[in-house]
Ligand binder design. Sequence first.
Ligand code: NAP
Length: 278
Amino acid sequence: MAKIIDGKSLATRIKAEIKAEIERDKLNVGLAVVIVGNDRASEIYVKYKKDDCAECGIQSFEYALPEYVCLEDLLELIEELNDDENINGILVQQPLPRHIDAVTVNETISPFKDVDAFRADSLGKIALGDYDFSPCTPAGIMEMLHNENISVSGKECVVIGRSAIVGKPMALMLLHEDATVTICHSKTRDLGEAARRADVLVAAAGCPGLVGADMVKEGAVVIDVGMNRDESGKLCGDVKFAEVSGKASYITPVPGGVGPMTRAMLMKNALMAKRLQL
Ligand code: NAP
């Protein structure tokens, strides 16, 4: 039976360390959280992030804009936040309404305040392996692996998903730690064949139950990034947890795995932003 990697308790420990560091160095760290519209899931994530800030001793400033806000007004707000000394990090909750171009929004955030590491130059720096802000989800996954003393060096790592915020930076971070990395996506011809080669399998497709036991090698480490809703509206991952647990050596649950670690990494980046701006 696989060992469950408890992301929630590791995240709690990391947040306590961040709080201790902030108190020790008497820092005032401010994070702006911008939310556009009334997407229920986004509202919940923003609430969690504000709770995390409170837990870490980081001041959060929420800016809730209506669904119909125009791009120019949103960019104006971001420019103001870029110039505001009390704000060290800026996050704009995504997805944004369809009429708002997310790339333009991300590129408007100051490179010193890009705590989500969504800017093109942030991703470029990650590709080069020399960066300040870690992409939160992949960084949280690497922390979980390190915490379990799981080395990826020389191992076959397979990432399902190639998005700019999860799949690609995940693959790069694994590569920086000397893994042999395969990236799969919706056009991959034989996903099962690729996945079964994995010593470490990261599922980030956003497809409930995509990964079953038949796609997992005996003893593999399985990381489930997916955050989906099943038919009954219950939160579920991309991995069939019950059956894959019987075959994997380690597995992350949903909820309580990658999600809390992603948010803990955001807090780390907010503290990093403060230090960059001192
Ligand atoms: P995304 O932008 O929609 O990307 C999904 C990727 O998965 C794409 O590259 C897509 O391929 C690939 N894919 C989709 N269906 C597939 C299939 N059947 N077989 C193989 N590949 C498939 O999503 P994302 O933003 O990366 O997020 C992925 C999942 O992680 C979502 O469930 C999201 O909610 C979750 N997430 C969780 C956290 C967390 O903190 N836990 C953070 C971020 C995201 P193509 O490129 O070919 O379309």
